[in-house]
Design a protein around this ligand. Structure first.
Ligand SMILES: Cc1cc2nc3c(=O)[nH]c(=O)nc-3n(C[C@H](O)[C@H](O)[C@H](O)COP(=O)(O)OP(=O)(O)OC[C@H]3O[C@@H](n4cnc5c(N)ncnc54)[C@H](O)[C@@H]3O)c2cc1C
Length: 513
């Protein structure tokens, strides 16, 4: 594994959970301490819950009122509750704090990140990958059966392997920074309310400003994101993305938008970002795979990049583990590309659509008219549900060949009565194995369940997410993959999960007690 950002840490933890030996190479000497990604969307919150990580993340999250999601910053809160989630608001958590939780889990599972270790070259053959790395003791060669590039938007692995990364170069540059204020005008938001109320323009700038953390009940730090209005989202003078963000430019922008009483106290850190938009054409090249920003980059609107990477990792982890253990059915590892490439492409498309609505060109009347129509549409319940599903990651449904709406969709986190007490679906998934839920009576004895699947007899109890499974046809048995997606449903003794168990978990079955 190359890279210990959120994608690499999540994937390494998934592999370690499945008993796979993994080396995580990270060039940085210490965790970045940079907030960058500021949030976990509702689907990622569910994913974290399904590995028992959500409590630790919630402890480190920024407390806020329920404000709803957004599309293109438009003033219509998106309501994810119709998607029947326990976490409709997601969580506001600086990326470095999420990484801390993931790295702690990885350590608990017996794996340490190899820091100050830079991958400089690699070659692959039929049996594995040889990586050349430089660490404080010099240059060494490491060999692994597979290598996953989780090394971010500037991926070294992508460059070494020459994997195509088609798309569009950035057309703008904006600044994101974490700051402390020495003085704040009344216009400075005191709470993290809906994004549309946190954005202002003034003095030629647009700016998003919201509290990030507190000390002794008072706001201590803020996140500020800004650019120049006249060139759309960007600031022409800052097109050099490598130029460090300076306290002067942040102070100038703050004063321009919030007036002279708003005074910068300290710039904690800052970065520039663009609307560059690219995706690798194939997520698998032999024994080298790509995940997270190494596979896709886009404008960070709607806070989707980190979430996409964590969910790539959830999709890949159990498939790669089964492959390494030699029990993967044919095609399982390739299904990673087949399932996740369209998901990444869809995020690239929605960020491009949002940037059109957010960055009016100088003759902006047409865009303003379009924005008004989208605002009106987003107020319609069905359209709001659609956009909330798109932006929260909850509407994702993989095409697994069965038209039933439940097959390929995430399993709703129902509350169940089981032989060992009341359990939620997410609690049952914490082992990292698949789950065959028997909801209609005693299981048929002739079904042989592979070791990678837990068979659980259960009754659905009423819960905040309701009691409906969400299938169009009757179902009393549901097979859930380790990543939380339903891969088969059946009803009655004649519909057996045998073919689905073989397809997803391998034919070499053994009975579990
Ligand atoms: C301003 C801004 C705001 C954002 N806001 C959000 C948000 O609100 N929500 C959201 O979901 N996303 C957001 N994102 C996107 C999010 O930060 C990224 O999508 C996320 O960091 C991707 O994680 P990753 O693990 O794939 O890559 P990275 O976090 O980039 O991690 C890659 C790691 O690989 C290491 N590495 C690179 N090359 C090598 C090498 N050769 N050898 C060893 N190690 C190497 C790097 O040091 C790094 O630690 C934002 C991004 C920006 C810039």
């Amino acid at each position: 594994m190359v890279g210990a950002g959120p994608t690499g840490l999540m994937l390494a933890a998934e592999l370690a959970l499945a008993g796979v030996g993994v080396s995580v190479l990270e060039q940085q000497a210490a965790p970045s301490g940079q907030s960058r990604g500021g949030g976990v969307n509702p689907r990622t919150a569910e994913v974290l819950a399904s590995r028992g990580l959500l409590d630790a993340v919630t402890e480190r999250a920024v407390t806020r009122e329920s404000v709803g999601g957004h599309f293109a910053g438009l003033p219509v809160p998106l309501d994810a509750r119709p998607w029947r989630t326990r976490h409709p608001d997601g969580l506001l958590i600086p990326q470095d704090r999420l990484e801390e939780v993931l790295e702690t889990r990885l350590r608990e599972l017996g794996t340490r990140v190899r820091r100050r270790t830079v991958l400089t070259d690699l070659v692959q053959d039929e049996d594995g990958v040889e990586a050349v790395v430089v660490d404080p003791d010099g240059t060494r060669h490491l060999r692994a059966r597979y290598l996953v590039a989780c090394d971010g938007g500037h991926s070294t692995v992508r460059k070494i392997t020459g994997v195509p990364f088609p798309g569009r170069a950035g057309t703008m540059s904006a600044v994101s920074a974490d700051i402390e204020l020495a003085g704040a005008a009344d216009t400075v938001p005191g709470a993290t309310t809906h994004i549309s109320t946190l954005t202002r323009t003034g003095g030629g700038y647009w700016m998003l400003l919201h509290p990030l953390d507190a000390e002794g009940g008072r706001v201590a730090g803020y996140r500020v994101v800004f650019g120049a209005v006249d060139s759309g989202l960007g600031e022409p003078s800052s097109q050099d993305r490598a130029a460090p963000v300076t306290a002067d430019e942040v102070a100038r922008a703050l004063a321009a938008v919030h007036g002279p009483d708003t005074v910068l106290g300290r710039l904690r850190w800052g970065t520039r970002f663009s609307d560059a938009c690219r995706q690798v054409t194939a997520y698998r090249h032999g024994r080298v795979l790509f995940a997270g920003d190494a596979a896709h980059i886009h404008l960070p609107t709607g806070g989707q990049g980190l979430n996409l990477g964590v969910q790539d990792a959830m999709n890949l982890g159990w498939k790669l583990a089964a492959t390494v253990h030699g029990r993967a059915p044919d095609g399982l590892l390739d299904s990673y590309h087949d399932e996740r490439h369209p998901v990444g492409a869809r995020v690239l498309a929605n960020t491009r659509a949002q940037s059109v609505l957010m960055s009016p060109p100088p003759d902006a009347d047409d865009v303003r008219a379009l924005r008004e129509i989208v605002i009106e549409m987003a107020r319609l319940p069905d359209a709001n549900r659609y956009l909330a599903g798109l932006m929260s990651g909850l509407d994702l449904r993989y095409d697994l060949g069965d038209p039933d709406p439940l097959v390929g969709a995430r399993m709703i986190d129902l509350t169940l009565r089981t032989g060992s007490g009341t359990r939620t679906v997410s609690e049952l998934l914490r082992t990292g194995r698949g789950v065959l839920l028997e909801l209609g009576g005693p299981p048929t004895p002739e079904t042989v369940v592979p070791a990678a699947v837990d068979r659980v007899e259960a009754r659905v109890l009423d819960s905040p997410v309701g009691v409906e499974l969400g299938s169009a046809r009757p179902a009393d048995r549901v097979l859930v993959r380790p990543d939380g997606y339903v891969c088969w449903i059946g009803c009655g003794p004649d519909e057996t999960p045998d073919a689905a168990l073989a397809r997803w978990f391998g034919a070499r079955a053994s009975v579990r007690a």
